[in-house]
Design a protein around this ligand. Sequence first.
Ligand code: GLA
Length: 728
Amino acid sequence: MNYFFRLSALSLCLLTGQLQAQNINISVETRSNALVLQADAKKNLNTLYLGKKLASAAEYEQITGQYKQSSEYTGVLSAAYTPSGSRNLLEPAISVSHADGNNSLDLRYVSHELKKLSDDVSLLSILLKDPVYDFQVTLFYKSYYKDDVIEQWSVIKHKEKGNVTLQKFASANLYLKAGGFYLTQYHGDWAKEMQPEESKITHGIKTLDTKLGTRANLFQPSVFMISLDKPATEDEGTVLYGALEYSGNFRTDLELDYLNNLKIISGINNYASAYTLKPNEAFTTPAFLYTLSSTGKGDASRNMHNWARNYKILDGKGQRLTLLNNWEATYFDFNESKLFDLLKDTKKLGVDLFLLDDGWFANKYPRNGDVAGLGDWEENKTKLPNGVASLVKEAKNNEVKFGIWIEPEMVNPKSNLYEKHPDWVIKQPKREEYYFRNQLVLDLSNPKVQDFVFGVVNDLFTKDPELAYIKWDCNAVIYNAYSATLGNQNHFYIEYMRGLYKVLERIRTKYPTVPMMLCSGGGGRVDYAALQYFTEFWPSDNTDPMERIFMQWEYSYFYPAITSSNHVTDWGKQPIKFRTDVAMMGKLGFDIVVSHLKENDLKYCQDAIKTYNVIKPLIWQGDQYRLANPKEGSVASMLYVNSGKTAAVMFNYLVNNRYDEGSKLPIKLKGLDASKKYAVKELNLYPGTSSAVDGTKVYSGDFLMKIGFNPVVNSGRTSVVLQIEELK
Ligand code: GLA
């Protein structure tokens, strides 16, 4: 990050408002981009520029003169954080009711401060104050130079004579100029997560939001893309990726204003959440995350991946465990001896861990289906007479690790927990209960419930310290939002999330590294706040590999492959090779009955796991290139290249079953070294088949990137995995 001022040498650390009647430019610079804010003579803080960095910082000043858009009536149209109730005429970032009942707010620049946190990371804070009320907002900009990523949030405070109500309290307020804007947004439902839609943004406001409370992404995640001027492609065009780092209700307003500029205002959803702020209390918003690329979507996603692995995801540079899960193999129908057999299968298959799913707990109302027992986290005595401990021990005998499923935020009305603590459950006291998957959500705004949820995890580890993995599920949304103990119901949704993060923080303080999968009745919850506590997420219950090719493609824009738990199951009609290959493009797992596999299918899986153990560092830490888009042709192709450009792996699939479809043309590789020589070898061959690829030929990186390589995908070769290795 780099600051510059039109005035000469001034301290760059702390400036207070001595610069009367001068424009003050404050710039956040990353490797390719600059965000330039300007406090004008009257100390309005506006966005002067957000885009590709200029060679000469002095020229930012000349940008405004080149725009001949119509009149700016308000002086705050491009505000860095738009207040409401004074001059503003459009969507505000913040809206308040002061202690005296007045609804107006004005925010003027007071000072700013820069801290360099490392060679790569800087933190800028800018203090804004209302000239009339003792009310202030500090804007934070944490910038990651190498990855062109910025996280923005705000801290709101006041010293008025009574409480202030925050009606809206955004994290960030961006202002973009371009000849048109194209939004890529996502929608979904169970088993249909991450469905993309692209549209040109028209005048007015487009709001992306959720009001579900928990598993907030079920219908709409907060991730989105904005292409400037024209829709960006993989390698061309200017595109901004945005996301709120928050697991609860979010709201992003995209407003194309009358000047044809785009305001992006993102934060916690203020729906049913007017927040009463006491004097001197600091309200800290979650971070809004964005990266801007002028070289298309590919670079934007690789920047996001690097940033996520280096700075955000728990253990982003670490190891992950391959596993066998029993959910689809047994559902609720298992006992100790069945599980002992599955532990043997885990070893036979060659994965690292056995994951015991739902159904292992509850006695008064046994968890033999999804209608009862949730909340009663003691082992079911009929199914597991010797407890989890004997399973952990047996796993050890089989030289595999053991992990377990929990859904600690939830309760079935038919449970001991519900009977004992009805006041811990989210429901309206005077209304009929309404269920999502026969269950209700526990009130995490209540500290006693926080202790309980922490206790679920803590007890498991206390009893079985060798437990190696947790799958944390969250199936229900919040209906009838109401807390029996919270004084101000308007704080409910926010306090729920605070409670959840407090619990996760406690878990991570005590158990910093144990891998945890973030699951949500499929893929209803992933975001970068949650991924600080989780090593991976479950993209969807839909594991049909044909569907997964599309879904994982969309997730891959925002989340690196190391976070994507992909399991081989019996969903879909594809052969085992196709299913396994697709699951390998992330964190590999299995959820099949190993004993039902035909001999060659089992052999295929065993060999593929061995291969995966060799190539997984490439998939988890490599640069990911989307080569052929399944939505645009008959073949999908994805490439992962290591940082030294010495090795890569390319996954190719037939996604169209019509006559004679296949890879007619070579597929151009990316990210290799043009001057290096490579050999291309086929991996994951099904037993008894031979490759259509001649592994003895030598290709230059130049050739592979300019002409490409044909993986020979056709109806007889629907899934082809290629290894590209440098020849020295
Ligand atoms: C959710 C998850 C599944 C499984 C079941 C268990 O639906 O997404 O993977 O764990 O719950 O009830």
